[in-house]
Design a protein around this ligand. Sequence first.
Ligand SMILES: [Zn+2]
Length: 287
Amino acid sequence: MLVSAKDMLNKARDGHYAVGQFNINNLEWTKAILQTAQELSSPVILGVSEGAGKYMCGYTTVVGMVNGMIKELNITVPVALHLDHGTYEGAKACINAGFSSVMFDGSHYPIEENIKKTTELVNACNILGLSLEAEVGAIGGEEDGVIGAGECADPAECKMIADLGVTMLAAGIGNIHGKYPANWPGLSFETLAAVKEAVGDMPLVLHGGTGIPADMIKKAISLGVAKINVNTECQLAFTAATRKYIEEGKDLQGKGFDPRKVLAPGFEAIKATVKEKMELFGSVGKA
Ligand SMILES: [Zn+2]
Protein backbone atom coordinates (compact mmCIF):
# COMPACT_ATOMS: atom_id res chain seq x y z
CA MET A 1 0.00 0.00 0.00
CA LEU A 2 1.20 3.49 -0.81
CA VAL A 3 1.89 5.79 2.13
CA SER A 4 2.30 9.52 2.57
CA ALA A 5 5.90 10.71 2.80
CA LYS A 6 5.23 12.45 6.10
CA ASP A 7 6.19 9.74 8.60
CA MET A 8 9.22 8.54 6.65
CA LEU A 9 10.58 12.08 6.37
CA ASN A 10 9.97 12.98 9.99
CA LYS A 11 11.79 9.78 10.98
CA ALA A 12 14.62 10.63 8.59
CA ARG A 13 14.96 14.15 9.98
CA ASP A 14 15.08 12.80 13.55
CA GLY A 15 17.48 10.02 12.59
CA HIS A 16 19.80 12.29 10.55
CA TYR A 17 19.51 10.49 7.25
CA ALA A 18 17.60 11.20 4.03
CA VAL A 19 15.07 9.28 1.95
CA GLY A 20 15.76 9.18 -1.78
CA GLN A 21 13.20 10.21 -4.35
CA PHE A 22 13.93 8.33 -7.54
CA ASN A 23 12.01 9.36 -10.64
CA ILE A 24 10.38 6.64 -12.72
CA ASN A 25 9.90 6.44 -16.49
CA ASN A 26 8.51 2.98 -17.16
CA LEU A 27 7.96 -0.49 -15.74
CA GLU A 28 11.66 -1.45 -15.61
CA TRP A 29 12.54 1.76 -13.77
CA THR A 30 9.81 1.25 -11.18
CA LYS A 31 10.64 -2.41 -10.62
CA ALA A 32 14.37 -1.68 -10.22
CA ILE A 33 13.73 0.99 -7.59
CA LEU A 34 11.11 -0.96 -5.63
CA GLN A 35 13.19 -4.15 -5.57
CA THR A 36 16.29 -2.29 -4.42
CA ALA A 37 14.37 -0.56 -1.64
CA GLN A 38 12.98 -3.91 -0.49
CA GLU A 39 16.37 -5.64 -0.63
CA LEU A 40 17.96 -2.86 1.41
CA SER A 41 14.98 -2.41 3.72
CA SER A 42 14.82 1.28 2.88
CA PRO A 43 11.83 3.61 2.62
CA VAL A 44 11.52 5.08 -0.86
CA ILE A 45 9.75 7.82 -2.79
CA LEU A 46 8.89 7.26 -6.44
CA GLY A 47 8.92 10.57 -8.29
CA VAL A 48 6.77 11.20 -11.36
CA SER A 49 7.15 14.38 -13.39
CA GLU A 50 4.16 15.58 -15.37
CA GLY A 51 5.99 14.69 -18.59
CA ALA A 52 6.75 11.16 -17.34
CA GLY A 53 3.14 10.81 -16.20
CA LYS A 54 1.96 11.62 -19.70
CA TYR A 55 4.55 9.25 -21.18
CA MET A 56 3.31 6.40 -18.97
CA CYS A 57 -0.26 6.92 -20.22
CA GLY A 58 -1.54 9.13 -17.41
CA TYR A 59 -1.57 9.19 -13.61
CA THR A 60 -4.20 6.46 -13.27
CA THR A 61 -1.97 4.06 -15.22
CA VAL A 62 0.98 4.96 -12.98
CA VAL A 63 -1.02 4.36 -9.80
CA GLY A 64 -2.26 1.03 -11.16
CA MET A 65 1.24 -0.10 -12.13
CA VAL A 66 2.84 0.87 -8.82
CA ASN A 67 0.07 -0.60 -6.67
CA GLY A 68 0.16 -3.80 -8.72
CA MET A 69 3.91 -4.09 -8.35
CA ILE A 70 3.82 -3.51 -4.59
CA LYS A 71 1.38 -6.41 -4.32
CA GLU A 72 2.96 -8.82 -6.81
CA LEU A 73 6.56 -8.21 -5.65
CA ASN A 74 5.58 -8.33 -1.95
CA ILE A 75 7.02 -4.89 -1.28
CA THR A 76 6.65 -4.20 2.43
CA VAL A 77 8.90 -1.13 2.87
CA PRO A 78 7.14 2.28 2.95
CA VAL A 79 6.60 3.57 -0.61
CA ALA A 80 5.30 7.03 -1.47
CA LEU A 81 4.16 7.85 -5.00
CA HIS A 82 4.93 11.52 -5.49
CA LEU A 83 4.24 14.07 -8.22
CA ASP A 84 7.48 15.94 -8.98
CA HIS A 85 7.30 19.66 -9.83
CA GLY A 86 3.56 19.64 -10.23
CA THR A 87 1.46 22.46 -11.55
CA TYR A 88 -1.64 23.33 -9.56
CA GLU A 89 -3.80 21.38 -12.04
CA GLY A 90 -1.37 18.46 -12.11
CA ALA A 91 -1.36 18.24 -8.31
CA LYS A 92 -5.15 18.07 -8.24
CA ALA A 93 -5.17 15.40 -10.96
CA CYS A 94 -2.66 13.25 -9.02
CA ILE A 95 -4.63 13.61 -5.80
CA ASN A 96 -7.68 12.34 -7.66
CA ALA A 97 -5.76 9.50 -9.32
CA GLY A 98 -4.48 8.03 -6.03
CA PHE A 99 -0.97 9.42 -5.56
CA SER A 100 0.09 9.48 -1.90
CA SER A 101 2.16 12.63 -2.18
CA VAL A 102 2.40 15.68 -4.43
CA MET A 103 4.74 18.56 -5.01
CA PHE A 104 3.28 21.89 -5.98
CA ASP A 105 5.97 23.98 -7.61
CA GLY A 106 4.67 27.51 -7.21
CA SER A 107 8.17 28.98 -7.17
CA HIS A 108 7.59 30.85 -10.42
CA TYR A 109 4.48 32.63 -9.06
CA PRO A 110 4.68 35.83 -7.04
CA ILE A 111 4.82 34.80 -3.37
CA GLU A 112 1.16 35.84 -2.73
CA GLU A 113 -0.08 33.58 -5.53
CA ASN A 114 2.20 30.75 -4.38
CA ILE A 115 0.71 31.09 -0.87
CA LYS A 116 -2.90 31.09 -2.11
CA LYS A 117 -2.52 27.98 -4.26
CA THR A 118 -0.37 26.16 -1.70
CA THR A 119 -3.00 26.79 0.99
CA GLU A 120 -5.73 25.22 -1.13
CA LEU A 121 -3.59 22.13 -1.72
CA VAL A 122 -2.60 21.89 1.96
CA ASN A 123 -6.30 21.67 2.81
CA ALA A 124 -6.99 18.98 0.20
CA CYS A 125 -3.93 16.91 1.23
CA ASN A 126 -4.73 17.18 4.94
CA ILE A 127 -8.22 15.82 4.42
CA LEU A 128 -6.90 12.84 2.45
CA GLY A 129 -3.76 12.19 4.54
CA LEU A 130 -1.36 12.95 1.70
CA SER A 131 1.97 14.72 1.91
CA LEU A 132 2.64 17.98 0.10
CA GLU A 133 5.97 19.45 -0.97
CA ALA A 134 6.35 23.13 -1.77
CA GLU A 135 9.22 24.95 -3.44
CA VAL A 136 10.68 28.35 -2.71
CA GLY A 137 13.42 29.88 -4.85
CA ALA A 138 13.58 28.30 -8.31
CA ILE A 139 16.02 25.41 -8.52
CA GLY A 140 18.48 25.95 -11.33
CA GLY A 141 19.32 23.88 -14.33
CA GLU A 142 16.73 22.90 -16.83
CA GLU A 143 13.31 23.28 -15.28
CA ASP A 144 10.46 23.66 -17.77
CA GLY A 145 12.97 24.37 -20.50
CA VAL A 146 14.41 27.37 -18.65
CA ILE A 147 18.10 27.05 -17.87
CA GLY A 148 19.25 29.00 -14.85
CA ALA A 149 22.01 29.05 -12.29
CA GLY A 150 21.17 27.68 -8.84
CA GLU A 151 19.18 30.34 -7.06
CA CYS A 152 19.14 30.72 -3.27
CA ALA A 153 15.79 30.86 -1.50
CA ASP A 154 14.82 33.72 0.81
CA PRO A 155 14.52 32.21 4.33
CA ALA A 156 11.64 34.57 5.20
CA GLU A 157 9.66 33.31 2.19
CA CYS A 158 10.48 29.74 3.21
CA LYS A 159 8.99 30.38 6.63
CA MET A 160 5.82 31.85 5.10
CA ILE A 161 5.30 28.74 2.97
CA ALA A 162 6.31 26.31 5.75
CA ASP A 163 3.79 27.93 8.11
CA LEU A 164 0.97 27.07 5.70
CA GLY A 165 1.32 23.45 6.86
CA VAL A 166 3.13 21.78 3.98
CA THR A 167 4.87 18.48 4.80
CA MET A 168 8.27 19.26 3.32
CA LEU A 169 9.97 22.18 1.69
CA ALA A 170 12.32 22.39 -1.27
CA ALA A 171 14.49 25.47 -1.00
CA GLY A 172 16.99 26.49 -3.64
CA ILE A 173 20.49 26.46 -2.14
CA GLY A 174 22.53 26.69 -5.33
CA ASN A 175 21.49 23.21 -6.48
CA ILE A 176 20.78 22.53 -10.13
CA HIS A 177 18.79 19.91 -12.05
CA GLY A 178 20.77 17.75 -14.45
CA LYS A 179 24.55 17.73 -14.76
CA TYR A 180 26.49 20.34 -12.79
CA PRO A 181 28.77 22.66 -14.79
CA ALA A 182 32.52 22.49 -14.11
CA ASN A 183 32.50 25.98 -12.58
CA TRP A 184 29.61 25.26 -10.16
CA PRO A 185 30.40 26.97 -6.84
CA GLY A 186 28.76 24.21 -4.73
CA LEU A 187 25.81 24.21 -2.33
CA SER A 188 25.24 27.29 -0.19
CA PHE A 189 25.31 25.88 3.34
CA GLU A 190 24.87 29.40 4.63
CA THR A 191 21.47 29.56 2.90
CA LEU A 192 20.58 26.05 4.07
CA ALA A 193 21.39 26.90 7.69
CA ALA A 194 19.37 30.14 7.47
CA VAL A 195 16.39 28.29 5.95
CA LYS A 196 16.57 25.61 8.64
CA GLU A 197 16.69 28.28 11.31
CA ALA A 198 13.60 29.94 9.80
CA VAL A 199 11.46 26.81 9.28
CA GLY A 200 12.40 24.79 12.39
CA ASP A 201 11.31 21.13 12.23
CA MET A 202 10.15 21.08 8.60
CA PRO A 203 11.97 18.34 6.62
CA LEU A 204 13.92 19.96 3.77
CA VAL A 205 14.24 18.62 0.24
CA LEU A 206 17.33 18.76 -1.94
CA HIS A 207 16.59 18.64 -5.66
CA GLY A 208 19.19 17.96 -8.32
CA GLY A 209 20.97 15.21 -6.37
CA THR A 210 22.95 14.01 -9.40
CA GLY A 211 26.63 14.83 -9.15
CA ILE A 212 26.62 16.62 -5.80
CA PRO A 213 29.80 15.39 -4.05
CA ALA A 214 29.22 12.91 -1.21
CA ASP A 215 30.65 15.21 1.46
CA MET A 216 28.22 17.99 0.47
CA ILE A 217 25.31 15.51 0.58
CA LYS A 218 26.31 14.44 4.09
CA LYS A 219 26.65 18.02 5.26
CA ALA A 220 23.26 18.91 3.78
CA ILE A 221 21.67 15.99 5.65
CA SER A 222 23.30 17.14 8.89
CA LEU A 223 21.71 20.58 8.31
CA GLY A 224 18.14 19.27 7.95
CA VAL A 225 17.77 17.80 4.45
CA ALA A 226 15.57 14.68 4.79
CA LYS A 227 14.66 14.02 1.13
CA ILE A 228 17.01 14.01 -1.84
CA ASN A 229 15.81 13.82 -5.45
CA VAL A 230 17.73 11.68 -7.92
CA ASN A 231 16.72 11.54 -11.56
CA THR A 232 19.46 12.23 -14.09
CA GLU A 233 21.92 9.79 -12.51
CA CYS A 234 19.63 6.81 -13.11
CA GLN A 235 19.10 7.96 -16.70
CA LEU A 236 22.85 8.19 -17.33
CA ALA A 237 23.47 4.76 -15.78
CA PHE A 238 20.63 3.13 -17.72
CA THR A 239 21.73 4.59 -21.04
CA ALA A 240 25.42 3.79 -20.57
CA ALA A 241 24.63 0.14 -19.80
CA THR A 242 22.24 -0.13 -22.75
CA ARG A 243 24.80 1.46 -25.08
CA LYS A 244 27.45 -1.04 -23.95
CA TYR A 245 25.14 -4.00 -24.63
CA ILE A 246 24.44 -2.80 -28.16
CA GLU A 247 28.01 -1.72 -28.91
CA GLU A 248 29.30 -5.12 -27.83
CA GLY A 249 26.92 -6.64 -30.37
CA LYS A 250 25.09 -8.69 -27.75
CA ASP A 251 21.75 -7.96 -29.37
CA LEU A 252 23.02 -9.85 -32.43
CA GLN A 253 23.97 -13.00 -30.51
CA GLY A 254 21.34 -15.73 -30.10
CA LYS A 255 18.12 -14.31 -28.67
CA GLY A 256 19.93 -11.14 -27.59
CA PHE A 257 17.31 -9.08 -29.40
CA ASP A 258 14.64 -10.06 -26.84
CA PRO A 259 13.59 -6.76 -25.24
CA ARG A 260 13.79 -8.34 -21.80
CA LYS A 261 17.46 -9.08 -22.52
CA VAL A 262 18.15 -5.70 -24.14
CA LEU A 263 16.78 -3.82 -21.12
CA ALA A 264 18.37 -6.06 -18.48
CA PRO A 265 21.78 -4.30 -18.21
CA GLY A 266 20.06 -0.90 -17.87
CA PHE A 267 17.77 -2.34 -15.22
CA GLU A 268 20.76 -3.63 -13.24
CA ALA A 269 22.51 -0.26 -13.66
CA ILE A 270 19.51 1.56 -12.14
CA LYS A 271 19.52 -0.90 -9.23
CA ALA A 272 23.23 -0.25 -8.61
CA THR A 273 22.71 3.53 -8.73
CA VAL A 274 19.76 3.42 -6.34
CA LYS A 275 21.73 1.18 -3.95
CA GLU A 276 24.70 3.53 -3.98
CA LYS A 277 22.42 6.52 -3.23
CA MET A 278 20.52 4.77 -0.44
CA GLU A 279 23.82 3.88 1.19
CA LEU A 280 25.07 7.45 0.84
CA PHE A 281 21.82 8.94 2.18
CA GLY A 282 21.82 6.53 5.15
CA SER A 283 18.32 5.13 4.56
CA VAL A 284 19.39 1.45 4.39
CA GLY A 285 17.72 -0.59 7.13
CA LYS A 286 15.39 2.26 8.11
CA ALA A 287 12.16 0.84 6.71
ZN1 LIG B 1 13.41 19.25 -8.87
